[in-house]
Design a protein around this ligand. Sequence first.
Ligand SMILES: Nc1nc2c(c(=O)[nH]1)N[C@H]1C(S)=C(S)[C@@H](COP(=O)(O)OP(=O)(O)OC[C@H]3O[C@@H](n4cnc5c(=O)[nH]c(N)nc54)[C@H](O)[C@@H]3O)O[C@H]1N2
Ligand SMILES: Nc1nc2c(c(=O)[nH]1)N[C@H]1C(S)=C(S)[C@@H](COP(=O)(O)OP(=O)(O)OC[C@H]3O[C@@H](n4cnc5c(=O)[nH]c(N)nc54)[C@H](O)[C@@H]3O)O[C@H]1N2
Ligand code: SF4
Ligand SMILES: [Mo]
Length: 696
Amino acid sequence: MTEKHYRNCNLCEAICGIEITHENGKILKIEGDKLDPFSRGHICPKAVALQDIYEDKNRLKKPVKKTANGWQEISWEEAFDTIAEKILDIQNRFGRDSVAVYQGNPSVHNLGTMLNSRELLKSLKTKNNYSATSVDQLPHHFASWAMFGHQFLIPIPDIDHTDFFLILGGNPLASNGSLMTAPDIINRLDEIKKRGGKIILIDPRKTETVRVASEHFFIKPTTDAFLLLAIIHTLFAENLVDLGRLAEFTDGIEILQEISSEWTPEKSEKMNGISADEIRRITREFANAKSAVCYGRMGVSVQKFGGLCQWLINAINILTGNFDRQGGAMFPAPAFDLLQASKGGEIFNRWQSRVRKLPEFMSELPVAALAEEILTEGEGQIKALVTSCGNPVLSTPNGSQLDKVLQNIGFMVSIDFYINETTRHANIILPPVCNLESSHFDIIFNTFAVRNTAKYSEALFKNPEGTKHDWEIFQELVWRLERKNGEFKPEPPEVKLNLGLMFGKYQLSLEKLKSNPHGIDLGELQPSLPTRLFTKDKRINLAPEIFVKDLERLKNEENFTENSEFPFCLIGRRNLRDDNSWLHNSERLMKGKNRCTVLINPKDAESLNLENNQLVKISSRVGNVEIPCEITENIACGVISIPHGYGHSYAGVQLDTAKNYAGASINDLTDEMEIDELTGNAALNGVRVKISANLN
Ligand SMILES: Nc1nc2c(c(=O)[nH]1)N[C@H]1C(S)=C(S)[C@@H](COP(=O)(O)OP(=O)(O)OC[C@H]3O[C@@H](n4cnc5c(=O)[nH]c(N)nc54)[C@H](O)[C@@H]3O)O[C@H]1N2
Ligand SMILES: Nc1nc2c(c(=O)[nH]1)N[C@H]1C(S)=C(S)[C@@H](COP(=O)(O)OP(=O)(O)OC[C@H]3O[C@@H](n4cnc5c(=O)[nH]c(N)nc54)[C@H](O)[C@@H]3O)O[C@H]1N2
Ligand code: SF4
Ligand SMILES: [Mo]
């Protein structure tokens, strides 16, 4: 009998509702769930990958250990015994910090990992805690922490009501929105224009999002902070500052006014080519719009001034009164409130990385420092690594260096169902069940959503005998590491989830959610300040000293001279059919035109005498890649773009389809020494490179 199953797709941040038709354990089709109040039937081409992952022959179902004769399946018992023994021994001999942890992006898309991985960190008590956060949204957390008192109190653009949307370095038509959970984003953006509003896009590339934008401006990578300061300068100079009700609980306006006086639109124009007149016009339009919101994502976060950019973006929204107000930047009120469960307060620079002395933030160290911490001998050297849901060899700066150092690491465990470029180095891999075999409630992305909704998805398929969920793996690891006595009894995440829901704002329960399989609409975003602020005085700090000081670094940038050895500036890109490094094993998503190309402007191609599709060599301080070039007007002169997540040709990778579309890894060019020195976030955008047609 055919049956229907309803759930959230948890592959990306959009959390679309899907309807899966299945019969006797076979999936017949995956479609958008028209009754989902949030996504309204929308899905993207990636949703079908949920089936492909489920059916993938390369997907591991039993623990494996590396032997001289290749991978060998072992029992969970043996796997846990060996891991606990090894880790405890290494920590005994070399100290707590000798064991490191790296958690990748799908961790935040997985209910069990979200609710259980912290216990492992608590148990290991290691300072060597790393994650994809420091190649991603760290500056957003940093700005929220410094300005609003909590790293998770991140303002979200209220795109369903805004009249003016200024986007810097985000490509929602490819990414489906980020730190802006907004399924069906294309229609949501179109609606802005239908109600007479405007969308302005600032990006070194004419991206897919240009399709819905009213205007697009090329910008020279990493110069956005100049533009943002020029907007603030203009707001003050032209008397356009009006905080409205925010004035009562906002400090630092005068400081910002004084600072911004020297950052003129003319200075910005000199740095990035957007004319001073246009900056003034955009600022006026922004300030005079019925409502407006400025938003910046990967392009302004994962660059060397990521912290400054996120601060200034918040400041623009606040100064124009477009904050905590409909159509501006707002705070969601999720049914499960993550903020209650985690502390703000002193969470910066309590310790530093051993080798480069990079600051801790939110108990994490910047992943740009991981390889050197494994490589550099001495007290505190990392001797063992636990990875979960990640692939840092392809996703972190100078990935090939990390690849090399992992070859010699003392001991490595990976919690993952694939043998990828990173997990191939593990001594033992613990595979959890996959998405469709797990239940889901999105704790993280409801915290960053443009509308308040709640949905619980049951597992479609019961996990087969002898397999485990991520949460069971984490709990058993902790139980073993803490040498607990008695019988091990794992607790499903539903227990904590139910409690969180019941004590949450809407007093929901798991039962209530179960009886609403399409999800429950909890309404549009509502003003919540000053109550929701986590600062001690319940006030917004518009000009935290830590940011003001960092402007010195930006000043030095004015003297930046073009680098003649590496004349090009490299940025990343995303495609609708990719998902970081890990959906390339789905044939359906991969077929068609090769997406792993380097984009280059026709003028640059001409001066280098390049032809379309020609294989070129790109080099940076740290390495080289060979990649076909794609000549296009859509990229600014002097800038080139390569997508991340490719580079599957390493020996031993067990991804049969992905290997046929191996491509090159941009992170063999990105430089682990290039970071946002304020926050420690990697600067993956704006890497200096050269191009040569000669492959030798
Ligand atoms: N140059 C450049 N580099 C980038 C970026 C960029 O824009 N440019 N983007 C960065 C960003 S934003 C991110 S988030 C990172 C992503 O980087 P990572 O998080 O390190 O890598 P992913 O490709 O997301 O890794 C996914 C892995 O998780 C596994 N996995 C999937 N689901 C589950 C699950 O439920 N449980 C377990 N245990 N494992 C699972 C998959 O099998 C796969 O091996 O890449 C970063 N790297
Ligand atoms: N299809 C798909 N969807 C995804 C993912 C995926 O891999 N594929 N990954 C998910 C993840 S983990 C994340 S974090 C989000 C990211 O979501 P987004 O940030 O929306 O996605 P990106 O494509 O990385 O967009 C970054 C944009 O910044 C531009 N840019 C680069 N440098 C600069 C600069 O210096 N200044 C300015 N102004 N712009 C710059 C780039 O050209 C690019 O268009 O996407 C998520 N969704
Ligand atoms: S946009 Fe695509 S990948 Fe993202 S949640 Fe929706 S269907 Fe899944
Ligand atoms: Mo990300």
